[in-house]
Every structure is written in structure tokens, then in C-alpha cells.
Ligand binder design. Sequence first.
Ligand code: AMP
Ligand code: MG
Length: 420
Amino acid sequence: MTSILRAISCLDDYDPESLPVPQAQVILQSLVEPVTGTERLFVKNALGRVLARPVISPINVPAHDNSAMDGYAVRATDLHGDTETRLRLVGTAFAGRAFEGYVGPGECVRIMTGALLPDGGDTVVIQEVVKVEGGEVLIPAGQKPGQNTRRSGEDLRAGLPALPAGRSLRPAEIGLLASLGIAEVTVFRRVRVALFSTGDELCSIGSQPKPGEVFDSNRYTLCAMLTRLGCEVLDMGVVRDNREDLEAALLAASANADAIVTSGGVSVGEADFIRDTLSRLGEVVFWKIAMKPGRPMAFGRIGNAFLFGLPGNPVSVMVTFYQFARDALRKLSGVSPLDPVPLLDVPCETPLRKNPGRTEFQRGHLFVQDGQWKVRVTGAQGSGILRSMAEANCLIVLEHERASIAAGEVVKVQVMDGLV
Ligand code: AMP
Ligand code: MG
């Protein structure tokens, strides 16, 4: 296993006091390796899981030549190039009920979408352009040989990969597997993530907060984000700000999980004793990331578990999770290749103040006005204001070198949710 500290010390211009966001992302990606354990699952239960082996198609798709349209199956050699052709109608081919006969010279067969192309027929003329006169069909000039047909194996060939290893299974992949008649797949086991919040001021929901206490919201936010990522979450509750409790929690977490996600305790005032504890137990680097919100963060390894020590402020927790933990945990889950999160160019309705030298993530609301997509910020942007996140449907990403933004200027936007 690569030593984290050794790997990092080889990097050019590595500055843990002001690490640019893209550099931190690259370091995380280079250090995290996918889990190796696998399991067999019914396709129906495999949504969101990651294929551990490529899926080889057992069949041709389509399995047989068939019609792409409702119309008439004909022989291309019968058609006169520039004039109408008159053909004799000899039967009908339905989807699921083939025409048993043969399309001989001068003949045609009525055919439905998905029906097998009858022997002899090689071209389909759509029903809208033909004239039917008794038992005869008039085909207009200008048809192309082979048109409106789907050929056996044109989508997928038997014996070739239908899906690669590393693919995360969405509804489209689930349907594709079913279309191949595949009932079970081999997927990576779920990544186990131990989660706890740190802080003497935290009150668990269900209890009455004493003066100065706040409800522990981060654990719920993080649990929700981890669940959406497909991780198995070990919720370890709140750990108080003392050495013994923290050490015990980290040791238990590292023994039982592939990754540990914590919130709080990494800011300047608190980092010292956490730093001692972490460095005694494993290899941990403290980063001040050149970003807002979410400047302090810890990353490392305790035993076999990767540690993501996220800041305590509720918005910082979400932003750092999205920008760092998400992709690292996806890689740990076996997803490959990791496509970058799409960044859209959208004009920003409001001016935004910013200094160059750090990446800023503002909470934004994407909306349509007069047919044009625009974005605006969701009110006050303090890193403790979770409301700004709940009202947002995107993050406005203001790049490291960028200065203030004038109203109407185009900014990069990261959409927070996908379709189902
Ligand atoms: P810290 O990073 O521990 O100094 O925390 C920074 C701020 O975030 C403080 O105002 C904390 O009260 C708040 N905070 C820390 N942990 C949580 C949590 N689990 N839920 C809600 N707020 C928190
Ligand atoms: Mg704290």
C-alpha cells in the first residue's frame, strides 16, 4: 500500500497550507483504490451497484432481422427504380407471430413493427406511402434497399462485451441486462463507511438542547449523501471532543469500515488534539484547501480505512463531500472511468464578489427566464446556513483564478440532482 505521506511528498509545489481544489482532487484519486470483494445479485436488486466484471452478450440483439416500422415487407430487387411497383399481398407478419411463408418475386407481406422479416423479404415500405387496391399493393418509386429494417446483431453481437466492468448500474443498464436475458450479475460489494460527528456542543435529535447546544444535523446530511452514493453506513453517533473517545471511535471505525467520514474538529482551534490522535493512529494529512466554504479538511488512512475529516459547518460539510469525498468513494466502490461532474455555462443574474486565489462554491438556483437558463444565488451564503443549501438546486463554481462577477456574466454551474 502506498504511503500517503510519501506519495504526497513527491508532488511538485504541494502546499498543505493552501491546496488548490483540483490538486486535492487529483491526490485523492491517485491514492484511493477500489474494493476487491464481489457478490452475485439478481439484476432487479443491482440498481446503483457497480459491475465487477464485463457483461458479455449471450445473444445477438436484435436476435433476428425484423421490421422497424409498420408497412410492407418486399424484395428490393422487385422495385423499379423510378416508377411505381405493383406487388401481390400474400400475408401478414405480426410481432411475436411470424409469417410462415416465403415472399416470392412480385409478392409482399403486410408487416408490423418488431415482426420477423419473412424469408425472401429484405426491405420494408412504410404503410403511409403505399396504395392498397384489393389484393395488390402499389409501392411508390424511390425506396432504398434494406430500409426500415433492423438487422440481427446490429445493436449487440453475441460474444462481445455489452457492458464494461466499472459501470454503475442505472435503469438503462438494468433494462439492457434484462433485454439480454441475464438474471444475475457480479458486482463489487458495497463500500462500508463509518460516520460520526464530533463536538461537545452537539445535541442528538430527540433530546432537548441545553443553552449553547445545536442539533447534530451533519450526521443526517452525510448519512443521506452516503446512502445516495450506495454506501453501507455505520452510524456511530456523536463523539465528544476528548482524546479517549475520539481514539476509541476511530479505532472501532477503522476495524469495521473501508472509509471513515467525520465532521467537525478540523478547524484551527480544534485541529491540534485531533491531529495528535490521528497521527498516532495512522497517516493523516491536514489540508487547508484554497476554497470557500470548507477550508480545513483532513485526509488519510487509519489501518485499512480511508479517513475524510470534513469541517463542521453544515454547508462546508456538503460542499467538501461533493467535491472530494464523492469521487473518492465512487472510485472506492469500483466505478471506472470516473467521468467529471458536468459543469454548465450559465449567465448569473446577480453580481458576485470574489477574490482570486481560491475556488468558491456558492449555492445557486437554476431557473428559466424567457426561454434562457439563468442562475441566481440563494440568499445569504454563510457556511453555517443550511437553508441556502436546501433552497439550491446547483452549486455555482467560481474557479480559483476568477475575480468578482458582474451581473449577466457567464459562470460554471454544477447541478446537484439527476433524473431518477
Ligand atoms: P468545528 O469545525 O467543529 O469547529 O465546527 C464549526 C461549526 O459547525 C460550529 O459552529 C459547530 O457548532 C458547527 N457544527 C459542527 N458539527 C456540527 C454538526 N454535526 N451538526 C451541526 N452543526 C455542527
Ligand atoms: Mg467542533
